[in-house]
Design a protein around this ligand. Structure first.
Ligand code: GLN
Length: 330
């Protein structure tokens, strides 16, 4: 494959039409490719809506875009608002899963499944009929059980989660936005219902209020694309991180990445896997993180969401990234 900058556009030619599916990332071409992606996707501003269930998210300027890539050999490439902190929302479910697996190991799977739900992220429909065992750790119900594992075993659980995430990114400025957390709490009727149902069905150990408090706070963490790409480096690098030496991520990457591939974008995960071909996790703050195993981690942010609650430009940018670079897991 060759990539040439002609005027403002990149022309990508396949010398070999049967190219290898998962090629090595050509880091020399990457700055140009990121410029091209930026130029392509900003034409799509206005095609979605920012999350508006809490004022702190509703007032975010919708026309923003950032992207950061970090290779396993520590090179970083970024474009746009890659250093602007935003609300990570459901991306936090990835970090709490890592922490909870670190604490209880495979016992976690006695309380949470590993199948896609095909339902909205905050659906209650399957929970009752399936005995209070959520389909997977990335829908809200499953994430609450994961958070409950941490909450029931920690003196100051929200602080523990906050510090765990900050240690993964290596950035101490990554903190809970208390205003966003208060907004989550004030409008969290569905989440409160889910937690009560879980408790009623015997799948919460801590008090409902305690688990919910942690859940709302983890969603309110703020991080930039650069922070996120660093924080998930361990999932691209066989559990190794340059930032957190004490994280026991070995062997976890295969499991967590497969869950992201099948459940990371809720009921839009099939289309995403088809278009992008990388395991990923999204959040209603407009962020998406993705992993190319053995090669790089990437985070993208653009606040306008589609009907499924996934970033419109974020999905498009990742699709273009894997197309231009010929890197995907397939
Ligand atoms: N705080 C949101 C919720 O719990 C997070 C959802 C999301 O990012 N998909 O509903």
């Amino acid at each position: 494959m060759s990539v040439n900058l002609q005027g403002n556009t990149i022309s990508i030619t396949d010398q070999n039409t049967h190219h290898l599916a998962n090629q090595m990332l050509d880091t020399q071409a990457l700055p140009m490719i990121l410029q091209q992606i930026h130029q392509d996707v900003i034409e799509e501003y206005g095609k979605g809506n920012v999350a508006d269930y809490i004022p702190a998210l509703a007032k975010v300027n919708p026309h923003q875009f950032g992207m950061a890539i970090r290779t396993v050999d520590e090179q970083e490439f970024s474009i746009g608002a890659a250093d602007t902190a935003f609300s990570i929302q459901s991306i936090s479910k990835l970090f709490t899963l890592m922490l909870a697996l670190d604490i209880v190991g495979d016992d976690l799977w006695k309380r949470v499944g590993r199948e896609p739900s095909g339902m909205r992220f905050n659906s209650l429909v399957l929970l009752d009929s399936e005995g209070g065992i959520p389909r997977n750790p990335f829908i809200n119900a499953g994430a609450m059980v994961v958070t409950d594992i941490i909450a029931a075993r920690s003196a100051a659980p929200a602080r523990r989660i906050e510090e765990f995430i900050a240690s993964l990114s290596g950035n101490d400025a990554n903190r809970i936005d208390q205003l966003v957390a208060a907004g989550e709490q004030a409008t969290g009727y569905r989440n409160i219902a889910i937690a009560n149902l879980l408790k009623g069905m015997g799948n919460l150990e801590a008090e409902v209020e305690q688990t919910l408090d942690c859940y709302f706070k983890q969603c309110a963490m703020t991080m930039s694309c650069r922070d996120l790409a660093r924080a998930i480096e361990c999932l691209a690098n066989r559990g190794r991180s340059h930032f957190k030496s004490s994280f026991h991520g070995e062997k976890m990457d295969k499991r967590i990445n497969s869950l992201m591939l099948t459940c990371g974008l809720y009921d839009a995960v099939g289309n995403f896997a088809y278009n992008v071909g990388l395991p990923a996790k999204s959040g209603v703050g407009g962020g998406i993180v993705a992993i190319c195993p053995g090669q790089y981690s990437v985070a993208v942010w653009a606040p306008e969401l589609d009907h499924y609650g996934n970033s419109v430009l974020g999905q498009l940018a990742l699709e273009k990234l894997t197309f231009y670079t010929h890197t995907s897991i397939f």
